[in-house]
Design a protein around this ligand. Structure first.
Ligand code: NAP
Length: 332
């Protein structure tokens, strides 16, 4: 059994050593991460949260399965990082503000993800210059959700101008970015959310705003060329009915992707799952859109790192508007 705590207390980090409810995470002292070849030490300003953080902590999904195979683990969550470069390297000067989707899904050493700490060692190729138009901490909301939306719409979905795009869960972390990206690409964009988030969908530019508690309106709004399913399960299953005969549904939650691909095949409809990948070029383009004012990040909660368990509980409601971030400095 590795003793994770015997090499000195060099930084504060959120971590857990077993799966469980949100309170299994604690903020405590851990050694500074060892910076490997091609990596950069980043002083973390803020970490963005994603549902995968919550699922992994609860012992669900492919990252938890990988962790569970180890004799023991000390997992520092957080794939989304915004911070300043601490160690000199070829790509960035010391002090450069950077963002990135880091250490996804797990480093060989089992260290990943690592952004919910004062310092994080990240592969330099996963980092890009932070947007200038928004406060650095807020930019932690962009990488994983932005890349998921980008890869769904443009890499896997090959979205074309004039096509009809439906985003299921358009008010969430990925959805609120996908709606805006779809509009930027000249698609006709529809999105679903609860009644209370219809104004938010409008503000993002969605032309067809749908309350998911009104099945008649949902059915009448189709067919759609591309559906970005951010809900999975029964919601994704129902959306198959609204897909154009030659359309494509991308189902993003990995836990139910296989069953929805099979359901699509049974109906002769194209359904595909995918897992987001770090991509420097795509992240640079997302940053450019933020700097141009064409992509707005909506942050519903910015909490101090010590409130990690509370932030996870917020995400667990399944009703966050935009993103939740954890900051190393307390908000004034
Ligand atoms: N495969 C991958 O690589 C990958 C990458 C990123 C994310 N994901 C997965 O994709 C999913 C979405 O991620 P996310 O970050 O966008 O999640 P999120 O921010 O937690 O999504 C929350 C949103 O879901 C909406 N919602 C809840 N019930 C709904 C329903 N029945 N119909 C439509 N919308 C509903 C809520 O809107 P209301 O408050 O209005 O109800 C809320 O705005 C998660 O399962 C995540 O794990 C997978």
């Amino acid at each position: 059994m590795i003793n994770w705590f015997n090499s000195g207390a060099d930084m504060q980090a959120l971590y857990y050593t077993e799966f469980g409810a949100a309170d299994c995470m604690q903020l405590g002292d851990l050694p500074l991460p060892v910076v490997g070849k091609g990596e950069v030490l980043v002083k973390v300003t803020a970490a963005g949260l994603n549902p995968i953080d919550v699922k992994t902590r609860a012992g669900k999904g492919f990252v938890a399965a990988g962790l569970g195979e180890r004799e023991s683990f000390c997992f520092v969550p957080g794939y989304d990082l915004a911070g300043t470069v601490e160690t000199a390297n070829e790509a960035f000067a010391v002090g450069s503000p950077v963002i990135g989707m880091v250490n996804f899904p797990l480093t060989k050493a089992g260290r990943g993800a690592g952004a919910c700490a004062e310092y994080c060692a990240a592969v330099a190729a996963d980092l890009v210059a932070a947007p200038k138009r928004v406060e650095l901490a807020l930019a932690a909301a962009l990488p994983l959700a932005g890349l998921t939306a980008w890869q769904g719409l443009f890499q896997h979905g090959a979205l074309q101008t004039g096509q009809r795009l439906l985003v299921l869960a358009g008010a969430g972390g990925v959805g609120h970015l996908a709606v805006q990206l779809g509009r930027s690409a000249g698609a006709e964009v529809g999105a679903t959310a609860s009644a209370s988030n219809q104004d938010f969908l409008h503000s993002l530019g969605a032309q067809v705003c749908l309350d998911y508690s009104r099945p008649d309106a949902l059915a009448a709004a189709g067919p759609w060329d591309l559906i970005l399913d951010l809900m999975g399960g029964e919601v994704g299953r129902q959306a198959l009915d609204w897909l154009a005969a030659d359309g494509l549904m991308l189902t993003v939650p990995t836990l139910t992707a296989a069953e929805l691909v099979a359901a699509g095949a049974a109906e002769g409809k194209r359904v595909q799952g995918y897992t987001v990948q770090p991509n420097k070029d795509q992240l640079i383009q997302l940053v450019e859109l933020v700097d141009q004012g064409a992509l707005n990040l909506h942050i519903s909660h910015r909490l101090p790192m010590a409130q990690g368990p509370e932030a996870h509980r917020l995400l667990e409601t399944g009703h966050m508007k935009g993103k939740v971030i954890l900051e190393n400095q307390s908000v004034s």
